[in-house]
Design a protein around this ligand. Structure first.
Ligand code: G
Ligand code: G
Ligand code: MN
Ligand code: NA
Length: 248
C-alpha cells in the first residue's frame, strides 16, 4: 500500500555516472531506485523490487524509473552534459509479470525520447530462461532499446546465449574489478572478457571501480567504460551539477 503511494511521490531514481576512461567523458547513467519510507527509513532496492513484484506494481516501478531517466536525458543539455544513455535494471522475474517493452515504449513516447538512448540491464539468469524472456528480449531489441548483460561473468558461465541476441554492452561483475591491480588472475579474466567484447562489437563496462589503481589497471587492459564510487556514487539529479563542477 505504501509503495503504491510512493510510486507517485517519495520513490526516486538516483543516477550513477558511467565514464569513458580515455577521455573522462560521461557516456551514461545507471538509474537505481531509492525509497526512504517515512517510518521504516531507507528500503533496500532488492526489497523494493520484491515488494513491487508481490504487490503487482513491478510495471509501475519500471515506468517510474524509466520516466525519471527520460527527464534526465531531456535535462542533459541544461546541465551542460553531452548526449548520454540511461541504463535501467530489469530483474529476471519481471519478464514473467508484465510486457517490459510495452511499458518502456509508453514512457519513452510520452517523453519524446529515442529508445536507443536506453540501455536495459538484464542478467545472465534472465537470458537463460529463454522461454519466458526470449520473446520479450526480441521485442525490446526490435523497439530499439540497447541490451546490457549485468553482472557479466558472475552467473551461469555458458556463453551460448550471446549468440542470437543483440547484446550491446557487457557489464563486468564487481568481483573481477575489486583489487584487480594485485590479482594476476582477475587481470587475465578481464583482459579475456574485453577481448570477447571487442570481437563481438560489445562495449565492456567495468563496475564497482573504487580506486585509482583499479581504474588505471582497467585502462591498461583496454577497458573503455568504468562505473563505481571512484568516478561517482549513485546520486539524486539535484546533486549532478555539483558532481560535474567537482569533476572539472
Ligand atoms: O542500487 P544498489 O544501489 O543497492 O542496487 C541493488 C540491486 O538492486 C542491484 O542489483 C540493482 O540492479 C537492483 N536495482 C536497483 N534499482 C532497480 C530497479 O529500478 N529495478 C530493478 N529491477 N532492480 C533495481
Ligand atoms: O546488480 P547491479 O550491478 O545493478 O548493482 C549495482 C549496485 O552496485 C548498486 O547497489 C550500486 O549502488 C552498487 N555500486 C555502484 N558502484 C559501486 C562501487 O564502486 N562499489 C560498491 N561496493 N558498490 C557499488
Ligand atoms: Mn545494474
Ligand atoms: Na552489475
Amino acid at each position: 500500500h505504501d509503495l503504491a503511494e510512493a510510486l507517485d511521490g517519495a520513490l526516486e531514481a538516483w543516477f550513477q555516472p558511467q565514464v569513458q576512461l580515455a577521455t573522462g567523458t560521461v557516456v551514461g547513467f545507471e538509474a537505481l531506485v531509492r525509497w526512504r519510507h517515512p517510518v521504516l527509513g531507507p528500503i533496500s532496492p532488492p526489497e523494493i523490487v520484491a515488494a513491487a513484484q508481490s504487490a503487482n506494481l513491478a510495471d509501475r516501478l519500471t515506468a517510474t524509473i524509466a520516466a525519471a531517466g527520460c527527464r534526465l536525458l531531456n535535462d542533459l543539455p541544461g546541465l551542460g552534459l553531452p548526449q548520454a544513455t540511461v541504463a535501467i535494471n530489469v530483474s529476471p522475474r519481471e519478464f514473467e509479470l508484465y510486457d517490459v517493452a510495452d511499458v518502456l515504449n509508453r514512457v519513452t513516447r510520452a517523453h519524446g525520447i529515442d529508445p536507443a538512448l536506453f540501455e536495459i540491464e538484464i542478467t545472465e539468469e534472465a537470458i537463460l530462461d529463454a522461454l519466458v524472456s526470449g520473446p520479450q528480449l526480441k521485442q525490446i531489441e526490435r523497439s530499439g532499446y540497447k541490451l546490457a548483460v549485468d553482472d557479466f561473468g558472475a552467473g551461469h558461465s555458458s556463453l551460448a546465449y550471446l549468440v542470437g541476441l543483440k547484446v550491446d554492452q557487457l557489464k563486468l561483475d564487481r568481483r573481477f574489478v575489486t583489487g584487480i591491480e594485485t590479482s594476476r588472475q582477475n587481470q587475465e579474466i578481464v583482459g579475456a572478457m574485453i577481448g570477447l567484447g571487442r570481437a563481438l562489437s560489445m562495449d565492456v563496462v567495468a563496475e564497482g571501480v573504487e580506486t585509482k589503481d583499479e581504474a588505471e589497471t582497467l585502462a591498461a587492459l583496454g577497458c573503455s567504460i568504468v562505473q563505481g564510487y571512484f568516478l561517482g556514487r549513485p546520486m539524486p539529479v539535484e546533486r549532478l551539477p555539483h558532481w560535474i563542477e567537482e569533476k572539472r
